[in-house]
Ligand binder design. Structure first.
Ligand code: SF4
Length: 279
């Protein structure tokens, strides 16, 4: 069976995931339905179950735009990955699970909006069209175990580590294994070389590219301010971090305009800002 070595620098994007067996045909995507920095233990357990069962990557997906773009970058960089096991419970605010399923089924339109997604801002502006289409052909199935928002029953397949482990195991069998309506087996690597790309911030005003108005949701400037470095160094062009926070919630600046936020120690703050701002 054809397997390929992963390229240098793989996985190209950082995030809340763990790397397992690079030759495995499956990645696990746990929807993160909270907006603070703590990952609920039951979701952490799912991530580890995926890894223990032999996934290539096992991680959290929080947003329907930048989070999804990073996941796509990491998957198309490893042609061995042919399946995604989708689990956890849907995040009511961002609907990243539904966005992923619609992306696979329908793709994106000319404005890079995921067709028929009900998520608030399902735009993939920061990836090449090539990467999006490659993702849609490389992945042969999303094994959908996702629970409804707010589900607490740990025996539901999407919250059951054993079910997630069984899904992963099924994906790397040599003969097809029936699993919850899917026939899963390892068909070998996608027949094209790794596609190595990173998310590039191209959209400074995404709502203009989309031809839509920016989201009208109310965001607290104080909450945004608390995620900033707080040094008032002015390198973003604003006199204070507080002023920068005001510009962020008006979408007149982006998190990348603060050079300090790009440092690894602010990874979590940057992720939280992306979630809050819906970018
Ligand atoms: S560059 Fe960042 S740390 Fe400096 S003032 Fe602007 S927001 Fe604050």
């Amino acid at each position: 069976m054809r397997k390929v070595d992963v390229p240098d620098g793989y996985p190209p994007e950082k995030g809340r995931y763990a790397r397992g067996n690079d030759f495995s045909p499956v990645a696990v995507c746990v929807i993160l339905d909270t907006f603070d920095f703590n990952i609920p233990p039951e979701l952490e357990e799912l991530l580890m179950a995926g890894l223990d069962a032999g996934a290539a990557l096992s991680g959290m997906l929080q947003t329907e735009n930048i989070g999804m773009e990073k996941m796509i970058c990491n998957i198309v960089a490893n042609p061995n990955i042919r399946y995604i096991v989708l689990c956890g419970r849907e995040a009511a605010g961002h609907l990243p699970g539904q966005a992923l399923l619609r992306l696979m089924e329908k793709g994106v339109d000319e404005k890079r909006r995921i067709v028929e997604s009900k998520a608030p801002t399902p735009y993939l502006f920061n990836l090449s069209a090539e990467a999006i289409e490659r993702f849609r052909t490389q992945i042969v199935a999303v094994v959908n175990l996702l629970c409804e928002p707010g589900e607490t029953d740990r025996s539901a397949p999407g919250l059951d580590p054993e079910a997630v482990g069984k899904a992963v195991w099924s994906c790397f069998q040599e003969e097809p294994v029936p699993f919850k309506g899917y026939d899963l087996y390892d068909m070998g690597a996608y027949p094209e070389p790794p596609l190595v790309q990173k998310v590039v911030w191209k959209a400074s005003k995404p709502w203009e590219l989309a031809g839509t108005h920016r989201p009208q949701k109310q965001i607290s400037a104080l909450v945004v301010y608390k995620l900033l470095p707080g040094t008032n160094c002015r390198e973003c062009g604003e006199k204070t971090c507080r002023a920068f926070a005001s510009k962020l919630i008006q979408w007149m600046k982006l998190p990348k305009d603060c050079p300090h936020l790009l440092k690894p120690e602010f990874d979590e703050e940057r992720a939280a800002l992306s979630t809050l701002l819906g970018i």
